[in-house]
Structures are given as C-alpha cells and as structure tokens.
Design a protein. Sequence first.
Length: 346
Amino acid sequence: MRQKIIVDVDTGIDDSLALLYLLASPEAEIVGIASTAGNVSAEQVAANNLAWLDVCRAPAIEVALGAAEPVAIPLRTTEDTHGPHGVGYADLPKSARPLSDRSAVQLWIDSARAHPGELVGLCTGPLTNLALALRLEPGLPRLLRRLVIMGGAFNHPGNTTPTNEWNVHVDPEAAKEVFDAFGAAPRRPIVCALDITETIEMFPEHLAALAERAGSLPPELVSATDPAGTRSAAANPIIRHFSDAVRFYFEFHQHYDQGYLAHMHDPFAAAVALDPALAVLRPATVDVELTGTLTRATTVADWSGMWGREPNADIVIGTDPALFFDRLITRVGDFARALYPAEEVR
Ligand code: RIB
Ligand code: CA
C-alpha cells in the first residue's frame, strides 16, 4: 500500500535530498509539491522542484507556487547557506514542466479533501502555506492522516538566532497557527527539531558511498582541502548535481566551525514521514514565542503539562543516524543507478 504524501519544501540543499529520498521510495506516492519561500524565493523554490523532477525523470508531479511572503512579516532568505539559487553549486537545467494552476495553499486544501484520512503532510520549510490553508480549511488537521514538520529547537541552541530555528524564524506567526491548530488533530504532528536533525551529519564519506551505490564513476571524493566551488565529475547526473549542491553546504558548515559536514534536516524528516518507527517520540505542548525581544520565533515545549494544555506535538527525542544513512544511501543510490545505468552515462 503506497503512502500518499504532500510535500511542502523551501528547496534548499537538504530539501533537495528529501525530494530525492521520496522519489526513490516506492512506498511514497507524492500527490503534490508545495513551493514555500524560505531558503530562497517561492519562485526559485518552485523552479528547483521542477528541475529536480526532470533530473529524476519523474512522472508529472504537481508543483504549486506558494505565497511570496510570510503571513505577517517580510521574507528573509538565506542564499549564503543554500547558494544563490538554493541548490548550492548545482546548476540544474531549467525545466519546461509547467507550474500547477493551483496555489500551494489550494493544493493543501484540495489534496486533504480528496484523500480524507489518507494523506501525510511533510513540511521542511517555513509553515506559511500550511497556515494559510488552515485559515481557509480549519478541518485540515482532521483531514490529514498525519503531519511531519522539520522545524524548531527545544533543548538545543537555535541555528538562526541563539534560540530559534530557520523555518520558524522565517514565519513564526505561521508556525504558531499550525501548532495551535494541530492540537485538535487525531494524531499529533511529529516534530523533527534541531535537537535531532543536527545529529544527522552527512560527511564526504556518505557522498562517496552514495555514488558507489549508484555505480557512478569516477569515485565521488569530496574533501575539505578541495578548492571552494570544485565541481563534481560524476557521470551519474543525480550524483553530480547533488554533490555540487551539498559541497556548498559542507563549506557553509565548515565556515561556521561546525566541521566539513552537512546537517541533513529535511531528508531525515522525509524518512520519518514514511516510517515513524525511525523516531523515538515524546509528547509535549508546543508554542511559539512571538513577542520576545531576544526570543522571538523560539519554539517552547511544555513536556509536563505546566501550562495545563493538552500536548499538540510528538517531538522526536531519539533516532539512529547510521540506520537513516544506510536507508538513504541504499534507496537514493539504487534509484540513481536504475535511472542512469553506468553503461549509459560513461
Ligand atoms: O533549520 C533547518 C531548516 O531550514 C531546513 O529545512 C533547511 O532546509 C532550512 O529550510
Ligand atoms: Ca528546508
């Protein structure tokens, strides 16, 4: 039985790998991709989504354009983290695929109504479009089978300010509206926050293993000593484009003294969306600070009912990163090999 999933992304380097993971997973049936402004503009996110579908020779999957701005504040993007076009150094060929006639907001609403109780929602960017959809369809939490969110930081430092995480930082009002609304959901949203996603550390060795699994030559040997911006020579286009994308992320993390590595926030959330057993969950009541001078956009978890409010989230408090990478490398590597057999792309 395939799992119907709507994917809301701000593609993004790690969003790209989340898309690859889902496209490589036979059990995933992507009913649509919502393009949310965040890492880069909504238009650029949509263009990246369409371009990745081309690279993956994917069937006609609907890609919808999201709102240009967050629900209450001007958009802030982060090209310094994800590159000028949001996919690092990758130069993805522009796609001729058409954008959906529907907005990302309408895609959320129509998809949830079309598949009541069946659809898993995965959000790996700001929650702008989901919040706007909730305003028009307050029944969304009961229509979805489950929601999985990459976002927030709880007992863990932020990555954008000392206490907040990027996706929530971009649109904190939307995040609050989503957490408030999903308190009524039959299943609490699964929240993959920095506490866990910063343990999902991709190293060059993972990239080399992915290329090897794909049968791509020459071996994909990316090193911290390479000149910045070195481009991949991988024969397999999926490996080549993803390596060019993630090298930018390696350099970004190294620049901020986190090591020559890349936190794979979004593909981890995608893997959990398909298999929640990957995660150890703990219920909590989550709210978002909107008025703090120093703490605006901080996600706060009440683990023990101090607020007297029902839990509205299942926060991931544990996982096995090695198991995740094994699954990622196997799935995406086999997918890349099947699409571009070595003898075809020499
Ligand atoms: O804070 C990490 C999150 O922000 C990831 O989803 C990354 O892609 C950016 O959107
Ligand atoms: Ca993202």
